[in-house]
Design a protein around this ligand. Structure first.
Ligand code: SF4
Length: 589
C-alpha cells in the first residue's frame, strides 16, 4: 500500500527517493544464506563493487524497489540485502517491516544507534498488530530441555561449558519442582539461574573466539544468541514484565520473561524520531491501543471518517446463536449451518465464513454438507497447515480461479478470431502485457468493456463458500475487491483460547485497575472480528453483507467497541435472516 500511494503521488509530480527493505532470506540470491566470501560470490568482493552499484541505481531510479535492487545487485554482483540497506542512506522514505525500528536486534543501527533524536517521522500501518509484535520482540524464553540437549552435544568438546549447562539445568529443575501448571516468579527468585546463564554465555563466547572450526560451533552459536537475547531482555525487567514458568504442549519446561505491556519499549523506539503516526482500520477501543502502544495522554487521536458509504454494507447480528463453550451442541452447529445456508441462498457469489477454531469449523462444515449440500454451492476449507502455494490457490478461487497469466491467455481465446496481434485490434488501448496483474476479474471486466464500449453485467453462476478460521491467514491482509467477496459471516466473538499467558495478562491488567478480561480476551477478540468483517468492503463500489453470528454482539460490552459505521444493523433470528438479507440485496441490485 505504501508503494501504491507513492506511485500515485509520483504521478502527481512528487519527486522523492524511496527504498523498500526486504527480509534477508527473501531477497538473498543464494539457496543457503551463508554470508561469507567463501560460500557466497556476492559477498566476495562486495565492497569493491558496491559503490558503483549504488551510484548506478541512484542516478537511474527514484523508487529503489525490491525488483530494482535485485536487478542492479545482480548486474554489479553485490549482495542485494546489503545494497538495500546502503540505499536507505540515500532515500527520503524507507518502506519496511516494524522490525527495522522496533526489534532490539534488527533495528537500523545506521540510523538509530547514536541514541539521539533525529528528524524522522515514523508512519506505522496496521498498528493494531504492534501490541503482540512488541510483546514478542521484547520477551524471552529459555527451555530446560535446550540445556540438556546442548549438554550432550558439547560433552566431548568442552567440559567447562558442559558443567555450566548442568548448573543452569539444576537451577531450572528447582523452579520446575515448584511448578504445577504455571508459576509467576519474582526477579530475585530466578537470580541464581540468571547468574548461571551469564557465566555460561561468557564461556561460550570465549570458546567461539578460540575455536573457529569446532564441529559444535553452529549449535553453540545458535544457543549463544538465545542466551544473549534472554540476558538483554532481563536487563529491561520492570513492572511492565511478568516472569513465569510453565509446561509447553510437548511437555517441555520453560521460563519466560514476558513483556506484558510493551508500551515503554515501543515508546523508546519511537522517541528516535520527531513524531510517529500510528494507523489502522481497527484501533478500537482507542484508549487500550494508546495505553499499550506507548502514547501519552496528550497525544492526538483522529477517528477518520470512512470513505465508504456505510449503507453499502448490510450488517446483521444473530440473536439466537452463540459460540460459547457451554452451548457447543449439535443443535447449535445445525443452527449456525442453517444461517449460512439461508444467507448464501439469497445471492450467488463468493462468501467467507470465519470460525473460532478448526475444530468448530469442522463441526459446522459436517452439518452443512450433510443437510444443505447443494450443487450450486462449493465449499472451500482452510486447512490447518497451508503453505504459501496452497494459500494462493485458495485465494485465486475467489479471484475467479485463474492466475493473472491465465487470464491474459483467456482474453486471447475470448476475443474474435483475427490475424491481427491482439494489441493491434481496433479500440484496444491497453497492451496485453500491461494488464493489471493483481485484480484478475475486475481487470477482465474492464478490458472487455473497453473492447466493446459497453458496460457488462456479470452474473455468478455458483456460490463459493470459504470456511476459514478467525484470526487466521484469510481474516486479515487480503484484498478481495468487488464481487470477489460479497459476504463475511463471523461465528463467535473471536475471544482467544484460555491459556496460561492470557490468564497472566488478565491478572496483570486487573491489578493495574483496568478490566483484565477486556485487555486479555475481549479487545483482541473484537479486533479479529473487525479485521474479518473488513474483508468485504474494499472499494467505494463494493456492496456486501457482514453477519455476526453470536448473540453477545447485542450486549453493551461488545456494542461499545463497534465502529461508528456499525451503528445501523439488523437484529435478526434464524427465521428472519433470509428475509432481511434478501431485502438488502433487492435494495442494491
Ligand atoms: S551475502 Fe547476500 S547474497 Fe550472499 S548469502 Fe548473504 S544475503 Fe545472500
Amino acid at each position: 500500500m505504501a508503494n501504491d500511494t507513492l506511485e500515485l503521488l509520483r504521478k502527481q509530480m512528487l519527486r522523492l527517493k524511496s527504498v523498500t527493505l526486504t527480509a534477508k532470506d527473501k531477497i538473498c540470491f543464494m539457496e543457503e544464506t551463508e554470508c561469507n566470501p567463501v560460500d557466497c560470490p556476492y559477498a566476495k568482493g562486495h565492497f569493491d563493487r558496491i559503490n558503483d552499484a549504488i551510484y548506478d541505481l541512484l542516478i537511474h531510479e527514484d523508487n529503489f524497489s525490491r525488483e530494482k535492487i535485485e536487478e542492479y545487485a545482480a548486474r554489479h554482483k553485490v549482495c542485494p540485502f546489503e545494497m538495500s540497506l546502503d540505499m536507505s542512506l540515500f532515500a527520503d522514505m524507507i518502506i519496511c517491516d516494524y522490525n527495522y525500528l522496533f526489534d532490539p536486534h534488527v533495528y537500523l543501527k545506521r540510523f538509530f544507534s547514536e541514541g539521539v533524536r533525529e528528524d524522522y517521522i515514523f508512519l506505522i500501518d496496521e498498528a493494531h498488530n504492534l501490541v503482540d509484535r512488541g510483546r514478542e520482540m521484547y520477551s524471552a524464553t529459555l527451555q530446560k530441555e535446550e540445556f540438556l540437549g546442548l549438554k550432550k552435544v558439547v560433552k566431548d568438546y568442552d567440559l567447562h561449558i558442559y558443567r555450566l549447562l548442568e548448573r543452569c539445568n539444576k537451577e531450572l529443575l528447582e523452579l520446575k519442582r515448584l511448578c504445577d501448571e504455571y508459576v509467576c516468579w519474582e526477579e530475585e527468585e530466578i537470580a541464581p539461574f540468571v547468574r548461571g546463564v551469564i557465566r555460561l554465555s561468557e564461556a561460550i563466547d570465549h570458546y567461539l573466539e578460540d575455536h573457529e572450526d569446532s564441529p559444535v560451533r553452529k549449535e553453540l552459536l545458535e544457543f549463544y544468541f538465545k542466551l544473549s537475547h534472554f540476558l538483554m531482555i532481563h536487563e529491561l525487567l520492570d513492572d511492565h514484565y511478568e516472569i513465569y514458568s510453565q509446561y509447553t504442549a510437548d511437555n517441555c519446561f520453560e521460563l519466560k520473561l514476558f513483556n506484558v505491556n510493551p508500551s515503554k519499549n515501543l515508546r523508546e523506539c519511537m522517541m528516535r524520531g520527531r513524531c510517529s503516526v500510528l494507523f489502522s482500520a481497527t484501533l478500537l477501543p482507542i484508549r487500550y491501543y494508546k495505553q499499550l502502544l506507548g502514547a501519552d495522554e496528550g497525544d492526538y487521536e483522529v477517528y477518520a471518517k470512512s470513505v465508504f458509504d456505510a449503507r453499502r454494507k448490510g450488517l446483521f447480528i444473530a440473536n439466537d446463536v452463540t459460540s460459547k463453550y457451554s452451548r457447543r451442541t449439535e443443535s447449535e452447529y445445525y443452527n449456525i449451518a442453517s444461517y449460512l445456508h439461508r444467507i448464501v441462498q439469497m445471492r450467488t457469489g463468493n462468501y467467507m465464513v470465519f470460525f473460532p477454531s478448526h475444530a468448530f469449523l469442522k463441526k459446522v462444515l459436517e452439518v452443512y454438507e450433510e443437510n444443505f449440500a447443494d450443487e450450486q454451492v462449493e465449499c472451500l476449507v482452510q486447512d490447518e497447515y497451508m503453505n504459501e502455494q496452497s494459500r494462493e490457490e485458495f485465494l485465486m478461487r475467489f479471484g475467479g480461479g485463474r492466475s493473472a497469466r491465465e487470464i491474459s491467455s483467456a482474453f486471447s481465446t475470448e476475443l474474435p478470431k483475427t490475424e491481427l496481434p491482439i494489441t493491434e485490434l481496433p479500440g484496444i488501448e491497453l497492451p496485453i502485457t500491461e494488464l493489471p496483474m493483481e485484480d484478475p476479474p475486475a481487470c477482465k471486466e474492464n478490458f472487455l468493456e473497453e473492447v466493446i464500449h459497453m458496460e457488462i453485467e456479470y452474473e455468478e453462476d455458483r456460490t463459493l463458500l470459504g470456511f476459514c478460521v478467525l484470526g487466521g491467514i484469510f481474516s486479515e491482509g487480503i484484498d478481495l475487491k468487488k464481487d470477489q467477496l460479497i459476504g463475511a459471516i463471523i461465528v463467535g466473538t473471536g475471544l482467544p483460547m484460555v491459556c496460561n499467558e492470557r490468564e497472566i495478562l488478565k491478572k496483570y491488567f486487573d491489578r493495574q485497575g483496568d478490566n483484565g478480561f477486556d485487555y486479555a480476551y475481549r479487545y483482541p477478540g473484537m479486533n479479529k472480528v473487525l479485521q474479518a468483517a473488513g474483508r468485504v468492503i474494499r472499494t467505494a463500489e463494493d456492496i456486501g453483507i457482514v453477519a455476526l453470528l453470536d448473540e453477545r454482539f447485542l450486549t453493551t460490552p461488545y456494542q461499545r467497541m463497534f465502529p461508528r459505521e456499525w451503528r445501523e444493523y439488523e437484529d435478526v433470528s434464524l427465521k428472519e435472516i433470509g428475509h432481511y438479507v434478501e431485502r438488502f440485496w433487492d435494495e442494491w441490485l
